[in-house]
Design a protein around this ligand. Structure first.
Ligand SMILES: CC1=C(/C=C/C(C)=C\C=C\C(C)=C\C=C\C=C(C)\C=C\C=O)C(C)(C)CCC1
Ligand SMILES: [Fe+2]
Length: 557
């Protein structure tokens, strides 16, 4: 590998790693100076030798500057890679306990002319700013329940106060720490699982512009007893629309069966319109957790997992369910529902073996010779139908069990849903899970193949022993094989596929992934997607927390 370093400030990291001595630097290259804002001074703030850096809170509110490039970035790679994820787990007297609880940290790497600039910055959500001003977290996160919450008593008034909190969304998190997406009108949003957390950001400065407010009243703002404060964290965004799934919690207060609303929002609009409602088959009262879902050309596939929202935990903001805000109720059944995008009708609803899929990979239709769809095939990262993965992602496990083989097994699950009225769907492993070390999550595909028959998926896999996925895997769903990238002790985030402009092969492009290295330190890796070999890495001057999901914004031609 040829290495070429940009002669920038970032190649002299010791001079600006410490936040106490950052302000007077000037760039020899004439480029913009790095900007450095400490979260709080830390005793080891100049050290990058922290093997648990992936799970260590970001030390600086924000930083931006030039990045050192090792290797050769493709000349065609022009645009901005954005990554979101939890990055601050300690504020004042609060120390969060779960990976999903951390306050949103954005990372940006912009590639132009073989060079790279980078930034990271905390999202100024109400959850984060209020935690800083109160000296403790005051919102309910996935696992974190505000401690000295006065609503601990079970009297009727407290229950009513909690319910009002749920309807108005004031107690649940507004921390958009999961995904980032550019809408087709150019607005860039960070998202998580509460509708109120959706936040507009500036993709260049990573500054928080403000809340993305839906104007439809669906989330309970204008209509009392509209219990729709939750959403899938992964909307499907196309050139014309934004589509998502809202678990319908109205069954908490009505006799209606629980269900899901599929909603769509046109480009440029803030108004979601209901496409249709899917009724849950299981229950009794709560829909299954829907972090993501899948779409095909004509259909939306809504999962109903036996891992269900916990009414008690959502309504009483200091109560924990068996899995944090979720209950595992295998006897309630596991289902997949298929809704027609055009009519909003549910055209298939099948029972399937238990699955725990946080992230669906893709879906496509099988068609008859006359083009009529006969079945829907859906692929997801399945934790072998076991919610134990949620416990494996506590910060204690991640920080203390490094090198221990405690990561639960996972696979690429392939579901087949017949469209002939059959009551059952099929479920099998798409390839031998040993191919990818029995770990599988944080997936992406070539976006041109969304909803279509496809061959390749990119995801995090494992080289065992490990307590977190530690490889980047390219899954070939036709040959049923996997290629892997791995280095000792690494913690990768979602590998994100970016197609070469003008490409015709599905894997003609690069895979971009930000990685925490063994002894601390972070870099963004660029792999040739076809060969699945490293072509460049772009180093940050200090370590960043491991994040979740990425997005690519190409430069305007
Ligand atoms: C889940 C619910 C809530 C909040 C969720 C939040 C804030 C974030 C969820 C993030 C997820 C699910 C990330 C998944 C990552 C998976 C990884 C890294 C897997 C690795 C495996 O090997 C609420 C809104 C608090 C309440 C409802 C439920
Ligand atoms: Fe996700």
């Amino acid at each position: 590998m040829t290495a070429s370093y940009l002669p920038t400030l970032s190649s002299a990291p010791r001079s600006f790693l410490c936040p106490q001595r950052t302000s007077s630097l000037s760039s020899a290259t004439g480029r913009r100076n790095p900007v450095f804002h400490p979260v709080k001074p830390a005793a080891d703030c100049c050290s990058t030798k922290n093997p648990a850096s992936a799970w260590t809170s970001a030390r600086h509110e924000r930083w931006e500057g030039d990045l050192a490039v090792e290797g050769q970035l493709p000349a065609w790679l022009k645009g901005t890679y954005l990554r979101n994820g939890p990055g601050v787990w300690e504020v004042g007297s609060t120390a969060m306990e779960h990976l999903f609880d951390g306050y949103a940290t954005l990372v940006r790497v912009s590639f132009r002319d073989g060079r790279a600039t980078g930034a990271h910055r905390q999202v100024d959500s109400d959850a984060y700013t209020s935690a800083k001003s109160h000296g403790r977290a005051i919102h309910r996160e996935f696992a974190h329940c505000p401690t000295n919450n006065p609503n601990n008593n079970n009297n009727l008034l407290d229950r009513v106060i909690d319910l009002v909190g749920l309807v108005t969304g004031t107690s649940l998190t507004v921390n958009p720490n999961t995904a980032v997406a550019r809408l087709s009108d150019g607005r860039v949003v960070c998202l998580s699982e509460t509708t109120k957390s959706t936040t507009l950001i500036d993709p260049e400065t990573l500054g928080t512009i403000g809340k993305f407010t839906y104007t439809d009243g669906l989330s309970g703002k204008s209509r009392l007893l509209q219990l729709l404060p939750l959403q899938s964290a992964h909307p499907v965004v196309t050139e014309t629309e934004f589509m998502t799934v809202l678990p319908d919690l109205n069954s908490l207060v009505t006799r209606r069966r629980p269900g899901y609303l599929v909603v769509r929002m046109e480009a440029g609009s803030n108004e979601r319109k209901v496409v249709g409602r899917v009724e849950c088959r299981g229950g009794p009262t709560m829909p299954g957790w829907v972090h993501s879902f899948a779409v095909t050309e004509n259909f939306v596939v809504v999962p109903e997992m036996a891992l269900r929202y916990s009414a008690a935990s959502l309504v009483n903001n200091s109560e924990r369910a068996s899995f944090y805000a979720l209950d595992w109720i295998p006897e309630s059944g596991s289902y997949l529902h298929v809704m027609c995008k055009r009519t909003g009708n549910t055209v298939a609803s099948v029972e399937v073996p238990p699955f725990v899929v946080i992230h669906f990979i893709n879906a496509y239709e099988e068609k008859r010779h006359d083009g009529q769809p006969t079945a829907v095939v859906v692929d997801g990262c399945d934790h072998n139908g076991d919610p134990a993965i949620l416990d494996a992602l506590t910060l204690h496990s991640l920080r203390s069990l490094r090198g221990k083989d405690v990561l639960p097994d996972a696979r690429v699950a392939r579901f087949r849903i017949p469209l002939d009225g059959s009551p059952y769907g099929e479920l099998e492993s798409a390839l031998d899970p040993e191919e990818h070390g029995r770990a599988m999550d944080m997936c992406s595909i070539n976006p041109a193949y969304h909803g279509k028959k496809y061959r390749y998926a990119y995801a995090c896999g494992a080289r065992r022993p490990c307590n977190f996925p530690n490889t980047i895997a390219k899954i070939d769903l036709v040959d049923k094989t996997a290629k892997s990238w791995h280095e000792n002790g690494v913690v990768p985030s979602e590998p994100f596929f970016v197609a070469r402009p003008g490409a015709s092969d599905e894997d003609d492009g690069v895979v971009i992934c930000t990685v925490n290295s063994d002894g601390g330190g972070s870099y963004t890796l660029v792999l040739d997607a076809e060969k699945f070999q490293e072509i460049a890495r772009v180093r940050f001057p200090h370590s960043l927390p491991c994040g979740f999901h990425a997005f690519w914004i190409p430069d305007k031609m």
